[in-house]
Design a protein around this ligand. Structure first.
Ligand code: ATP
Length: 630
């Protein structure tokens, strides 16, 4: 026997152990799921090494579990790859996977309850310390000449390692869990262990025996004929695969023979991960070749925007000895991938067609991630049919509309699909840029997320109808539609007044100087006196904002000030200007209108001048009001 050495846990491990030991998490049974899942991974590795890489192996690949009431132990033994001394130290002693590190971080930040966190993350090997006083791991690696090792720890501050004599220790890992006194009755009980396995580990690809009796029966569900599988079985498999507590929103089971053979079982979860957050890596389908797991969560089978889909793919056509490194360039895999993408999109179209409520549920959970599909040019048309937006025709911010729905409501002769970006439905409802659309009863799609605009830019049109930003709408085209809403029409300007208006606009430009590129009459406004428009028709203001953030440009962009000559305020300015072209009110009002417009567009950085002016104007007007009531 080798010398026993003592090693301190890495700080993160101690921290996690401390959290687990002190947690009141009630679902402690998941420790068994975690140990079985590790055993299964170790067995998959053996199967991969032997079948895929042509090695030799006679040992049956299986997991054996024994419960001992008297000794208060549960023992989990597998014939998997085992661990060398170095692997033991690295894998259980130092944080092994990102999930546990994330869990520790979030638990210490205290934002979410520990119970939710433990339930949501696979806490891995360390979860055993929720039920154990002490754990002993005896393992022998598959590596030729590897020495068997024993690892023991009470899960507090350190662990002990010892090398064993070679004889009598088979390849694989045996984990003896010494249960806490109060939990021994519950877990050192074969019947209870069996029920836990049925619940969490029924689909493990290797036989699991409890006290000599085989417990799990179902394997490779995706290879079974569809008509033999119940929806409960699908749901059970989904939960096994994802640890989700809820049933899936949708299940798609397919079998394809040409151009390449494969079976796939794909699920859409009810809830979405935060696509840009910590779960970003938690995507991909498990890839099997003839039931041998080649890669968990393969990232090449489905593009990132379909990353919400969970499931497995199993093919007969790839060689078993394919290396994970060369998968990416494999032509067959690419064919499988393009077929899967098509199936997934067709399936979404089917849901959208048959069950709008379910599609809306899908969209709310996964729409944000799905929208990144604008980059998938090969499937552009399908994508365009699947994408949804809120719109001015929706009843509230929850409403969703497709391009096709929009067109079905479009005004006769309307060739364009209009859209506008804004922070909220309320803000867009008040936007001066959309006044003309409201007046003419032309629907506008509402974009709330920056990615929406990239979607519009990439698609450019739908079914021959150009996608046009409302702020870039061609006024002559809009003039072709009759007004549905009648404003209180302002009296038409006389020829003299028109000339004065031109001079007034020149005076406003003079007052604003280089802050604006131009001051001109607007045709898009009805309720507002002014708005800011883009001088060049290329990018929308929101896209301009995104570009400015990227290039760290904090200057205020130069825009065109559009003036509504029918607005009462502008008419008053005209009267004042007619009487005295040098009246200081004109400059004051011009600046006030300009800064208010900047404020609405989100560009005003210093509100002091604006506030000062408002106070001055209020003081004066209240004075007149008081006088007029005397
Ligand atoms: N029975 C086992 N046989 C061989 N190696 C094992 C066994 N159990 C654990 N390991 C090793 O220890 C590592 C850490 O295990 P742990 O359960 O903490 O995380 P993980 O399995 O990597 O992550 P996850 O639980 O998310 O799959 C494993 O990746 C594996 O390398």
């Amino acid at each position: 026997m080798g010398k026993k050495t003592t090693h301190k846990f890495k700080a993160e491990v101690s921290q996690l152990l401390d959290i687990l030991v002190h947690s009141l998490y009630t679902n402690k049974e998941i420790f068994l799921r975690e140990l079985i899942s590790n055993a299964s991974d170790a067995l998959e590795k053996v199967r991969f090494l032997t079948t895929a890489q042509g090695g030799q192996d006679d040992t049956p690949l299986e997991i054996r579990i024994e419960a001992d009431k008297d000794a208060k132990t549960v023992t989990v033994t597998d014939t998997g790859v085992g661990m060398t001394r170095d692997e033991l130290m690295k894998n259980i002693g130092t944080i092994a996977h990102s999930g546990t590190a994330e869990l520790t971080k979030m638990a210490t930040e205290g934002k979410e309850s520990l119970d939710t966190l433990i339930g949501r993350f696979g806490v891995g090997f360390y979860s055993v310390y929720m039920v154990a006083d002490e754990v002993e791991v005896t393992t022998r690696s598959i590596e030729p000449g590897a020495k068997p090792m024993v690892w023991t720890s009470d899960g507090k501050t350190d662990y002990k390692l010892q090398e064993l004599e070679e004889d009598g220790v088979a390849r694989g890992t045996r984990i003896v869990v010494r249960l806490k006194d109060d939990l021994a009755g519950q877990f050192a009980n074969a019947a209870h262990l069996k029920s836990i396995i049925k619940k969490h580990s029924n689909f493990i690809n290797f036989p699991i025996h409890v006290d000599g009796e085989r417990v799990n029966t179902v394997t490779a569900l995706w290879r079974e004929p569809k008509f033999q599988i119940t929806s409960e079985q699908y749901a059970e498999f989904y939960k096994f695969l994802t640890y989700d507590a809820e049933d899936p929103l949708d299940t798609l089971h397919t079998s394809v023979d040409a151009p390449v053979q494969f079976n796939a079982l794909m699920f859409i979860p009810k809830a979405g991960d935060d696509p840009f957050g910590m779960n970003r890596e938690n995507r991909g389908l498990d890839l099997y070749v003839r039931r041998v797991l080649i890669e968990k969560q393969n990232k090449d089978l489905l593009p990132e925007y379909l990353g919400f889909i969970k499931g497995v793919v199993d093919t007969e056509d790839l060689p078993l000895n394919i290396s994970r490194e060369t998968l990416q360039d494999n032509l067959l895999l690419r064919k499988i991938s393009s077929t899967l993408v098509k199936q997934a999109l067709d399936n979404l179209e089917k849901i959208a067609r048959d069950d709008a409520d379910r599609y809306a549920e899908f969209w709310r959970a996964h729409g944000t991630l799905f929208k990144a599909g604008y980059m998938d040019f090969l499937n552009k048309d399908k994508f365009a049919r699947l994408v949804r937006f809120n719109s001015s025709a929706s009843e509230n911010a929850e409403g969703l509309t497709s391009f096709a729905n929009y067109l079905s409501r479009a005004r006769e002769g309307q060739k364009e699909i209009y859209y506008a970006y804004g922070p909220s439905r309320e803000a867009l409802g008040l936007s001066p840029h959309l006044e003309v659309f409201r007046k003419k009863g032309i629907e506008v799609l509402y974009l709330f997320e920056p990615i929406d605009e990239f979607v519009m830019d990439a698609l450019r049109d739908f079914d021959g109808h150009a996608l046009v930003a409302a702020e870039h709408a061609d006024m002559a085209t809009l003039d072709g539609f009759e007004n549905l809403e009648r404003d209180q029409e302002a009296a038409p300007l006389s020829d003299d007044q028109k000339t004065t208006l031109d001079r007034l606009l020149a005076r406003i430009k003079e007052a604003l100087g280089e802050s604006v590129t131009e001051v001109r009459v607007s045709r898009r406004l009805s309720g507002s006196p002014v708005c800011l428009a883009n001088p060049d028709g290329n990018v929308t203001s929101s896209m301009d904002k995104i570009m400015r953030v990227i290039s760290k440009d904090t200057s205020i962009p130069k825009k065109v000030l559009e003036v509504n000559p029918d607005h009462a305020l502008v008419r008053n300015m005209l009267t004042i200007f007619e009487q005295d072209a040098d009246d200081p009110f004109i400059g004051q009002a011009a600046n006030q209108l300009f800064e208010s417009a900047l404020l609405l567009e989100g560009y005003l950085t210093d509100p002091h001048a604006l506030v000062g002016r408002v106070q001055d104007l209020l003081t004066k007007s209240s004075g007149w009001y008081v006088d007029s009531r005397k």
